[in-house]
Design a protein. Structure first.
Length: 365
């Protein structure tokens, strides 16, 4: 498959094997490329996905060949430009130690990802997993609002002097429960997200409008809280809704198979376009309840078509029109970077054909 990848989100080197350590329903096969090099000098601009592709048939096998455990998933070491990744052919492992220099006796290949752990600057210079510039705007903004969340979301009820459109520094009045939260994002419910398989409403895509900050909570006898507009990405006004600013997203993730077998469908292509290609963002109808987490990789398939079978059984009266179901055709990979309860967003990493709504996204085979 052709690898178009140059995308990237901030990789804090390594995070994963939750899937592999938890024995997924069907473990993805992992193999080194026949022409894998003995070593690779890491240079600025490399991504973890790209480096993986030099050694491995499937980039999501990265944690397995480094021998990572769960602690290393949550507290990853970093890989920096100037370091060398070595391929130890005897043990079938990758390491930053030259083969024979750093392995533990009796445990070949279980060397740590980096002989020196750098924490200064939170790894800003470290190799990224996928291009951060592509998904950065989507890591902290509301993307999906559930039906129940929308019903409970505070709303802008009025503005000072009755202004229709609000900008930075404007005062607004909000009605609803704040539950101690002071910093909020403003959104407008957008396109309904419906499950392609069942037709069930999964939620609404949220149109991000900006931010507001609490100034004064409602006092006895007053129905609204007073806020000030902090930033305005798009025009906001009365009726728009609020969502809490989420915590700092996890930026340390490594591609890995989902913890459980996942069989999803593409729900939407971000931006409302018909097709998606390399580096575009799509959503699927599976989320955290289905075993997806940040860094999960799914394979993309076009559903196999049902076509006429000229040689099939037409029945006694020759009236039947026999058909056959063709197999699903795999054409790309999807890197999951944002997970909600029933919906997840992913970055299209490798494709040979365009992605469209209804396509299959499932665990690597």
């Amino acid at each position: 498959m052709k690898n178009f990848s140059t995308v990237g989100a901030r990789l804090a080197g390594a995070a994963l094997l939750a899937g592999l350590m938890a024995a997924p329903a069907q473990a993805a096969s992992c193999a080194f490329r026949p022409n894998a090099p003995d070593q690779h000098l890491v240079v600025k601009g490399d991504t973890l996905w790209d480096i993986s592709g030099k050694f491995l048939e499937h980039p999501w096998c990265w944690p397995q060949v480094w021998g990572m455990n769960r602690d290393e998933i949550r507290n990853p070491h970093w890989i920096y430009p100037g370091q060398i990744v070595y391929f130890d052919r005897k043990t079938g492992r990758l390491s930053l130690n030259k083969p024979g220099d750093g392995g533990s006796a009796g445990q070949p290949g279980i060397t740590r990802l980096s002989p020196q752990l750098r924490t200064e600057g939170l790894g800003r210079d470290a190799v990224q997993s996928i291009p951060a510039s592509v998904i950065e705007p989507f890591l902290t903004r509301p993307l999906v609002i559930g039906v129940d969340e929308l019903a409970a979301a505070p709303r802008i009820a009025a503005s000072r002097e009755g202004r229709v459109y609000l900008g930075q520094g404007d005062k607004v009045y909000v009605k609803g429960e704040l539950n101690g939260v002071k910093s909020w994002q403003v959104f407008r419910p957008g396109t309904p997200l419906k499950d392609p398989e069942t037709g069930a409403l999964l939620g609404y895509e949220a149109q991000y409008l900006g931010t507001v900050a609490l100034q004064t909570e409602a006092k006895p006898g007053v129905d609204v809280h007073t806020f000030t507009v902090g930033s305005s990405h798009q025009e906001m006004g009365v009726g728009d809704r609020l969502a809490p600013v989420p915590p700092e997203p996890m930026r340390s993730y490594v591609p890995h198979p989902p913890e459980r077998q996942v069989d999803a469908r593409v729900v939407s292509i971000y931006g409302g376009v018909t097709y998606a290609g390399q580096n575009q963002i799509i959503s699927v109808n599976r989320g955290s309840v289905d075993g997806l987490d940040v860094g999960s990789v799914l394979q993309l398939y076009h559903s196999g078509k049902v076509v006429a079978d000229p040689g099939g059984d037409k029945g006694m009266l020759r009236m039947r029109k026999p058909t056959i179901k063709l197999p699903d055709e795999q054409y790309g990979n999807l890197f999951i970077f944002r997970v909600f309860k029933n919906v997840s967003y992913g970055l299209v990493m490798q494709v040979t054909e365009p992605v469209q709504v209804g396509d299959v996204a499932k665990s690597p085979e």
